[in-house]
Ligand binder design. Structure first.
Ligand code: MN
Length: 239
């Protein structure tokens, strides 16, 4: 084999190993306490607002990687990894410094995406009862809340999330977070939140985040958001 051929051969091996690693991460995360639940609907259930390919890659690769990375961290942290996710995220400073940023990013990502899949679905309905009353009280109307939320989502520079938080009294507020940070890190709870990382919308919307934010409301599952509101007031909402 000539040197050039050998170089190509070695480069081919490296590329093959890389794709194998991606394939394996996609197929199964390392065993551990953090598991990515399957989507509660088909990949194409949110079309045309969010396309099937985006949902498949977003859940199967991005979220899967956060959960898999957490299981690797958990191998060296049997004590903290037994605690509830919201408790770990509210006490990041108690973790060893060497893994603190990694846990912040990956456990934050795991929690955010777990919430995100849950609050979406086909045929989203509308908020009702106490939740609707709280929206009107704290934002003026549902459409005003959506308008303010969309404007807030546009203000996230780079990768991050925009949330509506809910406290135990049912008070709602808008909060933005960078990267995979979450209101759980402040001891707060997200009523709902939208992922404005480009991976959440780029295939369909490219740079048009405003269009994605607007369309996203079509796939919010208000029955689930109603349940989260009731759980927050009861003090039982975890992530
Ligand atoms: Mn994401």
């Amino acid at each position: 084999m000539s040197i050039i051929h050998r170089r190509h051969f070695i480069a081919g091996l490296a590329a093959g190993a890389a794709s194998l690693a991606v394939g394996r991460a996609f197929a199964q995360a390392p065993a551990g306490p953090y598991t990515r639940a399957p989507l509660p609907y088909a990949f194409n259930a949110l079309e045309p607002h969010i396309d099937a390919k985006t949902m498949e890659i977003h859940s199967g690769r991005h979220h899967e990687a956060y959960a898999g990375n957490m299981n690797n961290f958990a191998k060296d942290g049997p004590e903290w990894s037994k605690k509830a996710i919201h408790e770990v995220l509210a006490n990041l400073n108690s973790l060893p410094e060497a893994i603190r940023t990694g846990v912040r990013n990956n456990l934050g990502g795991h929690a955010n995406h777990t919430m995100f899949w849950q609050i979406m679905g086909a045929g989203g309905g509308t908020p009702s009862g106490e939740l609707l009353a709280a929206i009107v009280r704290d934002f003026g109307s549902l459409s005003k809340m959506q308008e303010d939320f969309n404007a807030s989502g546009l203000r996230v520079f780079g990768s991050g999330w925009t949330f509506v938080t809910v406290d135990k009294d049912g008070k709602l507020a808008l909060v933005n977070k960078p990267n995979q940070d979450t209101p759980l890190m402040d001891g707060q709870r997200a009523l709902l939140g939208n992922d404005v990382w480009e991976h959440a919308y780029y295939l369909n919307y490219q740079n048009r985040r405003a269009d994605y934010l607007k369309a996203w409301w079509n796939v919010v599952n208000w029955a689930e958001v109603d349940k989260r509101y009731a759980a927050a007031k009861a003090g039982t909402l975890t992530i």
